[in-house]
Ligand binder design. Sequence first.
Ligand SMILES: Nc1ncnc2c1ncn2[C@@H]1O[C@H](COP(=O)(O)OP(=O)(O)OP(=O)(O)O)[C@@H](O)[C@H]1O
Ligand SMILES: [Mg+2]
Length: 631
Amino acid sequence: MDILNRVREYREEESRLRWEGTFGEYLEIVKERPHVAQSAHSRIYNMIKDKGLTEKNGRKTYHFFGNDIFGLEEAVERLVEEYFHPAAKRLDVRKRILLLMGPVSGGKSTLVNLLKRGLEEYSRTDAGAVYAIKGCPMHEDPLHLIPPHLRKEFQEEYGIRIEGSLSPLNTMRLEKEYGGRIEDVLVERIFFSEDKRVGIGTFSPSDPKSQDIADLTGSIDFSTIAEYGSESDPRAYRFDGELNKANRGMMEFQEILKSDEKFLWHLLSLTQEGNFKAGRFALISADEMIIAHSNETEYRSFIANKKNEALHSRIIVMPIPYNLRVSEEERIYEKMIKESDMADVHIAPHALRVAAIFSVLTRLKESKKQGIDLVKKMRLYDGESVEGYNQVDLEELQREHKDEGMSGIDPRYVINRISSAIIRKEVPSINALDVLRSLKDGLDQHPSISREDAEKYMNYIAVARKEYDDIAKNEVQKAFVYSYEESAKSLLDNYLDNVEAYCNKNKLRDPLTGEEMNPDEKLMRSIEEQIGISENAKKAFREEILIRLSAYARKGKRFDYNSHERLREAIQKKLFADLKDVVKITTTSQTPDENQLKKVNEVIARLIDEYGYNSTSANELLRYVGSLLNR
Ligand SMILES: Nc1ncnc2c1ncn2[C@@H]1O[C@H](COP(=O)(O)OP(=O)(O)OP(=O)(O)O)[C@@H](O)[C@H]1O
Ligand SMILES: [Mg+2]
C-alpha cells in the first residue's frame, strides 16, 4: 500500500463528501433523507445497530463492539437494550448521564473510545451524515432555525420533531448576517472528529481548585469585548468548552465522581432539559450523549452522600464487569500484546491461557451449589462441558452472585507482569512458567491486593500451574505419539489380535516360529491400565472392542487408531510411558545415544512446525515435562 496514495484518497473522499448550501437546500435533503436530522442518541444507536449482530446460545454479539471487546456480551447487550435503544427513541433514559461502572482496566475506556472512533467514521457515511449551521462553533442543528410557532406545522409535513431553541449566537447572526432570512442561512455537512473538536469531547477533571467551568461551557473572550461593546454580546463569547464542542455527538466525562459539584450541576440541566447555561446568555440547547465512568467504590461513596441525591436519579448506571471466560481473556491479552512493543516476542503456546486461568479464578466467586468448585465453574463459564452439569446449572451459577466480575486481577496487571518476565529473560521468548512466576512475584507489589487476597491468589497460581502441567504433558505426548505413528499402529494391531483371541478363546500363532501361544495378558493389561480399566472390567471392555471391530468389518470400514476414542487414549499413553526414558534424557546429563537424540530432535521439530513453539520454548517444554515425569 502506498501510504501517500491513501492519504490522497482520503483527502479526495473528504472533498467529495463535503456539502454546503442554504437552509432552503438543506430542507430538500431533510425531506429526502430525514435521518440526517436525527438526535445524537439516535445516531449512536443506529451506528451500533447498522453493524449488525450475531446470536448464539441466546447470547447476542454486537459486531460494533465484537472485534475489540471480549467476553462482555451480556453487559454490552444490556447497554444497548436498556440505554442506547430507548434513548434513541427519545425515552427518558436519554435525559440521564450514562455511567459505566466497573473495576479498573475492565474495558470502560475502550468501550467509550470505540463509540468515539465509530462516530467519526459513521459521520462520513450516508447513514450517519450530520449537518450544521455553517460557522457555528457548536455545530448547531440547522432545524433550530425554524421558529417555535411553525414547528408543529413542520412536524406534520416532515415528520420530525424539533427540540431546542436557536442559540444566542446564531439568533444574533441570523439578524446581523442574514437579515432574518432563515432560508439563506448557510448549512454545511460536518464530520465528527475528536482532534478537530467536532461533535466529540472529553472532559477530565484536574485539580478542583484550578479547574475552570470554562473548560466545560466556554468563556468570555475579553479581547473582543471592546469590539462588541458588551460582555453579553454572544460574539464576545468563546463557545469552546467540551459541552459546546461535543454538541450533536458525545462527551466523555472522565472520573466524573471525582470532579467538583459545580461541574455536575451543569450536567444536570443539560441532561434533564437539554440545555445549559453559559455566560450571561439565555439557555443554550445542546444535543449530546454524556458518558462517564467510575469504579464501584467511588460510586458507593457518591450515593452515600446525601448532597448528591438530586444527581442519583439523573444517572443511569451500567455495570461493566471483568470478562469471566478463559478463552475470551486470552484474546484480550493477545490483543493487548499485539498493540504493545512486545509484539515481536515469542510467547509459547498456553502461556496466555494459564495467565487467563489465573485471572478468571481471582474474579469468580465460590458457589454454594453442591459439587461445584471454582475450576469446574471456570470451565462451565467458558462453555466446556463438565460431567453432571448442564446449561440450566450454568445459568443458575451465573445468577448466584450479582457482583461477580467486579473484583479480581485486571488485564493490565497481567500484561505488565508478562512484560517484566520478558525483561528478565535473556532471550525474547517466554513460556507459561515464566508468566506464572512473574504473576506470582508481582502479587506482593500490587498496591490494591490485600494480604488475605494475596494468599488466595497464590492458591490460584498453583491451580493454574496444575492445569498447565496437564496441558504440557499432553502436548509432548501428542508430539511424541505422532512421530511414532508406525509404533502406534503396530501396538494397536497387536492388541486387537490378542483381544480377538481372548474373546473367542483362541490361540495365537507366533509369526516367526509358527508356534501356538496364549493371548498376551501382560500386554493387554499394560494398555488397559493406562485408562484405568480394572481387572473386573477388562472382559467387558475387550468385548466392546471386538463388537466395534466386527461392526467395522461388516461395513467394510477399516478399524484404525482413531476408531475408538478410549482405546486411542490408552495406546497413546502406553506409547508415551515407553517413551518416558527418551524424554528423561533431555533433563539429565546423560549423553543420549544416537537413536534417542534423533527421536528428541524429531519431537522438537514437530513442536516447532505444528504446535507453534520456537526452539527455545520447545526445549524448555521438553525439559519441564521431563522433570514432571521424573517426580
Ligand atoms: N473485556 C475486554 N475486552 C477487550 N479488551 C479489554 C477488556 N477488558 C480490558 N481490556 C483491555 O485492557 C486494557 C485496559 O482497559 P481500559 O483502559 O478500557 O479499562 P478501564 O475500565 O477504562 O480502566 P480504568 O478504570 O483503569 O480507566 C485495554 O488495553 C483494553 O483493551
Ligand atoms: Mg479508563
